[in-house]
Design a binder for this molecule. Sequence first.
Ligand code: C2E
Ligand code: CA
Ligand code: CA
Length: 394
Amino acid sequence: MKVLLVDDDRFALKLHTRLLVNFGFGNVVAHEHATDAVALLECDTQAFDLILCDLQMPGMDGVEFIRQLVRLSYAGALVLVSGEDARILQTAEKLSKAHRLNVLGALKKPVSPEQLQQVLKYHQRPAAKWPSAGKTYSREALSQAISGDELVNYYQPKVNLVSGIVTGVETLVRWRHPVDGLVCPDQFIGLAEETGLIDDLTRVVLSGALRQARIWQDAGLQLCVAVNVSMDNLISLDFPDFVAQKVLEAGVPPTSLILEVTESQLMSDPLMALDILTRLRLKRISLSIDDFGTGHSSLAQLRDIPFDELKVDKSFVHGVGRDPSLRTLFDASLGMGRQLGMKTVAEGVEDREDWDFLRSAGCDTAQGYFIAKPMMAAALPCWIEEWEERYDNF
Ligand code: C2E
Ligand code: CA
Ligand code: CA
């Protein structure tokens, strides 16, 4: 594995080289000037598997260097290092991720061996979880997938932070593509919305989730099943009737269904959304405001729409315990949810530190990889047993 270091500080270059060599990276090339590093990459973009880059450098700075990496379609891993304050470092990290660079982490100088080891650990992780990543699909293919039973619901557990009890699951759809394998929703939900297929898709996902809720209910598992709905579902006035009909057919109480609506989607036609959402509530179906913090809903809308649950977006959750600015935003969201009488859920709970923080902050429910990844319905009962055992030893 070849590593490239770019830093105008010679001492840092030496120190980081030594750390990397100690970790077993034998092949480390160090440069004081980003322009020299770019020249090397111009000759061969694939010459390096990992780059550690400083942000504050005279001449070409770290942000300009990142831009060059994008131009050269650098496909290796990137670690940002800087003595700048944490927020600048985070912004640069976000920028790199937005450019779809493979960013392993952002480290504040002076970098400790433990910190470096921690971010590099992820580099050993198997990549390409989604073999189909980056592929695009046609309307015809998706339409066929919807009618041809190629969509499959995965379920991710939601757990009460105080009791540890599994209270429900969120339904997350995947496409089992005959050639590409499992395709993630980010690759086809947008397409479904743009091409008018989202209504059919939601209906398939919702019906499947309700049938599954019934199977769990018959097996003695009382789980609230959440289903994501798109704004485009909230423009057909018969949507509440359709949902109520499906709930009836499944034979589960309406209170066991939660519809998750993304905050930003509420804006496009507030009155229509208000009409439909109010009727859903009259039918005793619960509503959750999803991705909270990422949209622009006004406080008045929050007040007017009778949401039962507020889901703080994952971008405000992971790492909240050690990041004061995240914490401020998280606390504000939580406080707002509570004062409006909503249950609060944090998604994107990735480690024990996140869990402990949320628990002490008084958040009601947690969801995230720390608890479990989305799974097939059949795996859930076994997982619950394992979780209960794990939770007992917390
Ligand atoms: P979402 O509603 O915000 O769902 C949470 C996403 O975060 C899921 O991605 C989930 O797998 C992922 N996630 C869960 N725990 C963690 C964690 O600890 N860390 C991190 N970084 N991520 C975590 P997924 O399954 O790829 O779904 C992506 C999005 O696609 C969903 O975001 C939702 O907006 C949309 N989606 C999924 N299924 C449906 C559907 O049936 N209908 C509609 N309209 N949208 C759907
Ligand atoms: Ca959701
Ligand atoms: Ca989210």
